[in-house]
Design a protein around this ligand. Structure first.
Ligand code: PMP
Length: 451
């Protein structure tokens, strides 16, 4: 196969020029060629949002194989929160990789894993005694949280919620609420999983207390606390549409769980690590989960995930019951320690709040002149616009997809989400400069105006 001459590959990180720069159509010829190789070599079930191939990223941009520089409003699905190729993360990864890359923590333990567990025990909500266990992906963390809750309670039932997303493994598919594209044809699914209604203020008009009472009534009638090991919920539904529950919904669920010996698991895989303007979203809703699952932002892009929670629950498993070959890989742990230091020393919760103000202000102003934006919502740098038919509030997935596609063609990476596919979500890296964020939102506004 002929290869096109590559533009000089830039070094990633914050020193990349912070600009939107289109030197070819999207995709350009090199990305096109790579996409053809992808189509031939990679299983077609593995999709992609932006038809480019990345060669470098940092600050608020992703540079593609043709030399286009795209504004990044997705952070690799809420992962590169500290910024892509953050110099402190790069240095930590390089140093650890030169030291050793693997021994298996279950064979010969090492300090970076223990230090990550200590940090998570310290920074997660609540001042009770905590312990952690490390894994590779968000789905794996969720699977393990369920294992741990079942072992501790000696019960089996698990309640997840409408619009919930917890992963693509068998148990987490069962917990996930959306058939297409996540579950369809992939069953049978794990048993003893039940679904309760969420609080979705834009669509249900209920107060938090009312929505919680509705969920609890269903749980008591259909499952019974005696059979229930855990309730698992994202404090803000991510893939399900960036749905912020009404005030009081989450605290009422937590209170019910406490009163009924049910483990309350907050899945903070997407909301965690400064994204929402606090280190964890649970803090904003005034709840202290029994267990918390984390991944994504934890290690700035290296695969790492964790379950953190009450020591007595975390210790319920027999020795050898938890683990995995790669869980808590030392290079990923080194990245996490650097990322956590950045979160804590570079003011990233404040930065997420600032970005949130810009996002909500701009989106609310767009909404004022365009009734197809039915709802604007979010916390910190996790904000979204929901597109609807202005008369009926029916979801408008076609408009959403068209706007997202137009943005990408103009050099702005935006992601969609939502049970009905009618939400554009904004979750930029916190390292994005304000000017670039505004420019990205200008492109979104123009894309919307144009249709
Ligand atoms: N839980 C939540 C809330 C998520 O957003 C995700 C990923 N989108 C997962 C779990 C699964 O994480 P992973 O893709 O790392 O398995």
């Amino acid at each position: 196969m002929s290869t096109l001459e590559a533009p000089t590959t830039p070094v990633g990180g914050p020193s990349l020029p912070q600009e939107r720069r289109l030197v070819t159509a999207i995709p350009g010829p090199r990305s096109q060629q790579l996409l053809e190789r992808k189509a031939a070599a990679v299983a077609s079930g593995v999709g992609h949002t932006a038809p480019i191939h990345a060669v470098a990223a940092g600050g608020g941009v992703v540079v593609d194989a043709d030399g286009n520089s795209l504004i990044d409003l997705g952070a690799g699905i809420a992962v590169t929160t500290v910024g892509n190729a953050h110099p402190k993360v790069v240095a930590a990864v390089q140093a650890q990789a030169a030291q050793f890359t693997h021994t298996c923590f279950m064979v010969s333990p090492y300090e970076p894993y223990v230090a990550v567990a200590e940090a998570l025990n310290r920074i997660t909500p609540g001042d009770h005694a905590k312990k952690s266990a490390l894994f590779n992906s968000g789905a794996e963390a969720v699977e393990n949280a369920v294992k741990i809750a079942r072992k501790f309670t000696r019960k089996q039932g698990v309640v997840a919620f409408d619009h919930g997303y917890h992963g693509r493994t068998n148990l987490t598919m069962a917990l996930t609420a959306k058939a297409m594209p996540y579950k369809s044809g992939f069953g049978p699914f794990a048993g003893e999983i039940y679904r309760a209604p969420l609080s979705y203020p834009f669509r249900d008009g209920l107060t938090g207390a009312e929505a919680a009472a509705r969920a609890i009534a269903l749980i008591e009638k259909q499952i019974g606390a005696d059979n229930l090991a855990a309730v698992i919920i994202e404090p803000i539904q991510g893939e399900g549409g960036f749905i912020v529950p009404a005030d009081g919904f989450l605290p009422a669920l937590v209170d019910w769980c406490r009163a009924n010996d049910v483990v309350f698991i907050a899945d903070e895989v997407q909301t965690g690590f400064a994204r929402t303007g606090t280190m964890f979203a649970s803090e904003q809703f005034g709840i202290v989960p029994d267990l918390i699952t984390t991944a994504k932002g934890i290690a700035a892009g290296l695969p790492l995930a964790a379950v953190t929670g009450r020591a007595e629950i975390m210790d319920a498993s027999h020795a050898g019951g938890l683990g995995g070959t790669y869980g808590g890989n030392p290079v990923a742990c080194a990245a996490a320690l650097a990322a956590i230091e950045v979160f804590e020393t570079e003011g990233l919760t404040d930065r997420a709040q600032e970005i949130g103000r810009i996002l909500l202000d701009r989106l609310t102003r767009m909404q004022a002149s365009d009734p197809r934006i039915g709802d604007v919502r979010g916390r910190g740098a996790m904000a979204a616009a929901e597109f609807v038919d202005p008369d009926t509030k029916e979801p408008d997935a076609a408009l959403t997809a068209a706007v997202a596609k137009a943005c990408i063609a103009e050099g702005v990476i935006v992601l969609t989400c939502g049970t009905y596919g009618n939400v554009i979500r904004f979750l930029p890296p916190l390292s994005i400069p304000d000017a670039l964020l505004h420019e990205g939102l200008d492109v979104v506004a123009a894309a919307l105006e144009g249709r």
